[in-house]
Design a protein around this ligand. Structure first.
Ligand code: ASP
Length: 357
């Protein structure tokens, strides 16, 4: 009887070994990565492969996956269409849906990582938003393309391949939300778009890259700057809407009209994309200080691509009741301020957020 059981067990083990050796079953041992598609140029299409004009968000997630069959050797892939828009139209509804879906996927034991395909225009805002509110150590990797999927030398397929490789890589765990474009791995707080059309548009000035990835082979240099994901105080639990925050760009001869208009439109916070070190004209400063006194939270950032906006340097933030953006650019300052306002209006606390995130 015992010999019979042993014989059955060993033939079962042989069957399992044979099945695992078979490629279809061997694939099941690859990490599982889920692709959430939102549109953008990576899913864009034009009538010809040498046409500058094209439309974002034309290609569905299944077509995107089918266009890069090589990625199936890196991970077991499945795709979901969250939206199919140009990222100039990115909005709170898509952001909330992405957060809910990423948090749910990350809670599944068999999911190793998530890739989000996105347009390049606002990818830095989405990445930074997700970095603050998704609750996981698992890799969440955004990718994009500068050239439409139908273009000559389209950059989307390799970017997608590299993003899948990073999402499947155990070394990507715990590094916050990442953006993989053009062989570079950026942190969500550091990257910014610097060229309207160049493939090499994304840079992480000042803080530098998290790593590089060449045909799927990733090398990580360091972790991201600022608190993120599981260590973030922010979450969308119990939050149904985010307050309005407007960005106003400073310029020569600026008056206070746009500042007043923003508040009249319902802004609870204002980010000034200031000149230089978060500066603006005397008239704009006076208008901003008047709104700060009424309880509108005003953040001074800079329209300059690199460098910090320091507290109390040329502008007396303490006296006027302002917050300094420190290392964050205006678009990311807006994201942080919207989340901050879901928790507090205390200027000291909000300044701390800018210091820590
Ligand atoms: N307008 C496009 C978008 O952001 C540009 C791109 O994806 O490169 O969706």
């Amino acid at each position: 009887m015992k010999r019979h059981v042993r014989a059955r067990a060993s033939s079962l083990a042989a069957l399992i070994a044979a099945l695992l050796a078979f490629p279809a079953f061997a694939d099941e041992r690859l990490p599982k990565v889920v692709v959430l598609a939102t549109g953008g140029t990576i899913a864009g299409a034009a009538a010809s492969d040498v046409q500058a004009g094209y439309t974002s968000g034309q290609v569905g997630v299944e077509q995107l996956l089918a266009a890069v069959p090589q990625a199936k050797k890196l991970a077991v892939l499945s795709g979901e269409q969250i939206a199919n828009i140009g990222s100039q139209d990115m909005n709170d509804e898509v952001w909330f849906n992405l957060v809910r879906r990423i948090n749910a996927l990350a809670a599944m034991q068999d999911v190793h990582g998530v890739v989000v395909t996105h347009g390049t225009d606002t990818i830095e805002e989405t990445a930074y938003f997700l970095n603050l509110v998704v609750k996981t150590d698992k890799p969440v990797v955004l990718t994009a393309a500068m050239r439409a999927s139908t273009a000559l030398s389209a950059d989307g397929p390799l970017n997608f391949y590299n993003a899948v490789a990073v999402a499947a890589n155990p070394d990507a765990v715990g590094r916050g939300v990442l953006v993989v474009v053009n062989d570079w791995i950026h942190g969500a707080s550091s990257l910014t778009k610097t060229s309207t059309t160049a493939v090499q548009t994304f840079l992480s000035p000042v803080w530098g890259l998290i790593g590089t990835v060449a045909y799927g082979d990733a090398e990580f240099y360091r972790g991201p700057v600022g608190r993120h994901t599981r260590d973030s105080e922010f979450s969308l639990d119990g939050v149904t809407a985010l307050p309005r925050v407007d960005i106003i760009m400073a310029h020569a001869n600026m008056d206070g009209a746009m500042i007043e208009a923003a508040v009249a439109a319902g802004a609870k916070g204002i980010v000034i994309a200031g000149v230089g070190n978060g500066n603006m004209t005397g008239a704009a400063l006076a208008a901003l200080a008047a709104q700060a006194k009424k309880g509108v939270v005003c953040v001074r950032a800079s329209r300059v691509t690199t460098g910090r906006v320091g507290r109390n340097v040329e502008v007396d933030d303490d006296k006027l009741g302002f917050v300094a953006s420190l290392g964050l650019n205006p678009q990311k300052s807006r994201v942080l301020l919207r989340l901050a306002l879901t928790k507090t209006k205390d200027l000291g606390k909000i300044q701390r957020y800018f210091d820590e995130y």
